[in-house]
Design a protein around this ligand. Sequence first.
Ligand SMILES: [Zn+2]
Length: 144
Amino acid sequence: MPLYEYYCESCNGVFEAIREMREASLAVPCPVCNRDGDRIMSSFNAFTFRDGYPRKIPDKGTYWHMGQEVKQRATRMKGWEHPELAKPKPKPRPTRGETRVQREKRLSEVRHSRYRDRWGIDKDGFPTVKTKAPEKERKVLPSS
Ligand SMILES: [Zn+2]
């Protein structure tokens, strides 16, 4: 006989029971309070509401926010963003000095690459364009 999951509303508990398949949808007395527990069709989708906030059962004390599990109820939200789910803050902007150094680095890089393009050399000063040895002309004899 298969194992089914049941949910007792009065003690907010989930319990399992082995039932005949044809009896699976019938209520099963809760092992804690002996009240009728209803079958949970899919434990993954089983939600209950508390404080007007959806909670998943079995109740782990967590809450759900926009389909994601969170530990605390959001008390202050920026729009729909839960503080626990908020994206990490972007990196602090570079200081003025750092920006200047970076810009100079980029500029010198550009200057060098222009120079290299002009003279056809790579970073190590070697020519980038391989000069091919001129092919020997084949003498084609007239077919007459
Ligand atoms: Zn119960």
